[in-house]
Design a protein. Structure first.
Length: 286
């Protein structure tokens, strides 16, 4: 019996060491083929970046982001939680500011951009998705200003044009900042994309006729059980949609598992950190 107990303890320690020392630094570039454009439209490459949770000391993450320029995206979208604490501001602005895009770059903010992390029980995530607002305030206004100086557009509960695309950006519904009055029911032709940090609002957005919705926040579950998948999404999103591309009504939804973690939960298991290249093609090419 003692050997069995010691074996389980050793296995647990090995899994924790892998999750905290290896997988959370094992960044991936994932590609998704999404048939959401009108017939005859030119294919579009969208780079989706989310949940950096940037801190100043994260040099390896910054080097990974520097290599994304080689992907040559048409549009770059960042869906929030770009900061972990105030120390990460210069690194986040520099790293994102150096990623080029042919048509444009847009972003929204997440709860961590407004508030830094605070210690809380990991088990709490199993039965609630209460927002975190207890940490020290983060310099989100400086983040917005810095990215805008590098040519990014901050779209907070409003719509902008990026090339031929109509893009709606919503505030983080997880902390009550999404204004659903900004939604526009489809009245004209043309591709429409919505971006938000939390996926809590995706069903309402899909009902308004948007073609593609991009979100982050879930970390893909962060800890996934092989063959079973995510245990939590920290949102109203079903577990099967914790990451990747999915249909929701007539819309496509892409949820990024993100690049980072809170410093109070520095692990990933069976859920590599990621950025995603979305190859958008006409619907008749599915």
């Amino acid at each position: 019996m003692l050997r069995l107990i010691l074996g389980f303890v050793a296995l647990g320690l090995a899994v924790f060491a892998y999750a905290s020392l290896i997988e959370r630094y094992w960044w991936a570039v994932r590609r998704h083929h999404i048939p959401c454009l009108a017939s005859g439209a030119r294919p579009l490459r969208v780079l989706h970046v989310s949940d950096l949770h940037m801190r100043a000391a994260q040099r390896r993450k910054q080097r990974f982001l520097a290599g994304l320029a080689a992907l040559e995206p048409d549009v770059v979208v960042a869906t929030g939680d770009l900061l972990e604490d105030a120390s990460g501001l210069p690194a986040a602005v520099a790293a994102l500011g150096a990623i080029p895009a042919r048509a444009g770059r847009v972003f929204v903010l997440g709860s961590h951009d407004h508030h830094g992390p605070a210690p809380r029980s990991w088990l709490r995530y199993l039965w609630t998705h209460d927002p975190q607002t207890a940490g020290r305030s983060n310099p989100w206004r400086d983040l917005v200003r810095g990215l805008e100086e590098h040519g990014w557009q901050f779209i907070d509960n409003r719509t902008v044009r990026v090339g031929d695309i109509e893009v709606l950006g919503l505030g983080d519904a997880h902390i009550g900042r999404a204004d659903l009055g900004a939604l526009r029911t489809r009245a004209a032709k043309g591709f429409r994309m919505a971006i938000a940090h939390s996926p809590d609002i995706v069903e309402e957005v899909a009902r308004h006729g948007y073609d593609l919705i991009l979100c982050g926040h879930t970390h893909g579950g962060q800890v996934r059980v092989p063959l079973l998948g995510a245990l939590v999404t920290n949102s109203t999103l079903p577990l099967r949609m914790a990451r990747g591309a999915h249909r929701i009504g007539n819309a496509w939804l892409h949820v990024s598992a993100g690049l980072g973690t809170s410093k109070f939960a520095p692990i990933r298991f069976s859920c590599r950190p990621e950025v995603c290249v979305l190859e958008l093609v006409p619907r008749n090419e599915s």
